[in-house]
Design a protein around this ligand. Structure first.
Ligand SMILES: [Zn+2]
Length: 255
């Protein structure tokens, strides 16, 4: 199923407010991709994305539509996918990002040829300055496949921008080696509000509160400490000079 096409890409790009280049060249706004396994995996980067959104055009690309998220009946009749896509659109609207869906099967996703080709097309069209995806060692195989799809698409596209990995739930992301800690104290409330858009995944406010607690722990671990933090690393584990994270005043390198 083709959920996205170049016309949709162009329409999304046209919606973003352009900025004029210093040399007076045609207006443009640099883009950032976040490639995730499911609607709600924005939990890994949302507070940092709120810090980046004023400067960059943000795109959230989900490998699946999360259709397994409410059990089997909703998987088969399509109602869960529709609900989760709707919630992702609401969450991304709150963030100011454009959502895209590659439509691999939730719980059984692969770094399939069609998904890779569609991501290649998006990379060539949008020319992002940075691509974030899941740290590839993860207890959820869809997250591993999201990272693999991203790696394959980057290789096939010849794209050479900044590559970063984010951390999702601590019971999922494993053996994570953070390089960057971003102080998200200023945006943690926005992240919590955004996570509450994923109503069907946030029973008893569990998703929002778990991620708030995780950010609080990451802040306490940081040097210097802060109230709330999110962690990231780069592709080769070394700082990206002048990169989108390094430019944030809230970012420190983890020692
Ligand atoms: Zn996920």
């Amino acid at each position: 199923m083709k959920m996205i096409g170049l016309a949709a890409f162009a329409a999304a790009a046209a919606l973003a407010a352009p900025v004029r280049a210093a040399d007076g060249a045609a207006p443009r706004r640099e883009r950032i991709f976040f490639v995730a396994g499911h609607p709600d995996d924005t939990e890994g980067f949302a507070a940092t994305a709120f810090l980046l959104r004023d400067k960059y055009e943000l795109h959230v690309i989900d490998l699946t539509r999360g259709e397994l998220g409410l059990g089997w009946p909703g998987l088969w009749d399509g109602s869960t996918a529709a609900r989760r896509v709707s919630e992702e659109k609401a969450a991304c609207a709150y963030l100011g990002a454009t959502p895209h869906f590659l439509c691999e099967v939730d719980g059984d996703a692969c770094a399939g040829r069609d998904s890779v080709e569609r991501l290649v097309t998006m990379i060539k069209h949008f020319k992002p300055v940075a691509i974030f995806t899941h740290w590839p060692v993860d207890a959820h195989t869809d997250h591993v496949q999201a990272a693999a799809t991203t790696a394959h698409a980057i290789a096939k596209s010849g794209w050479t921008g900044e590559r970063y990995f984010f951390e999702v739930l601590m019971c999922q992301t494993q053996n994570f080696r953070p390089l960057y800690s971003v102080d998200v104290t200023a945006t943690i409330d926005k992240k919590v509000a955004m996570l509450r858009k994923y109503v069907c995944q946030n029973a008893n406010d569990s998703l929002a509160m778990e991620k708030r607690a995780q950010a609080q722990l990451r802040g306490a671990e940081r040097n210097p400490k802060c109230a709330f933090a999110e962690l990231f690393t780069s592709f080769d584990g070394r700082p990206v000079k002048g990169g989108v994270l390094e430019k944030l005043p809230q970012t420190v390198i983890v020692k």
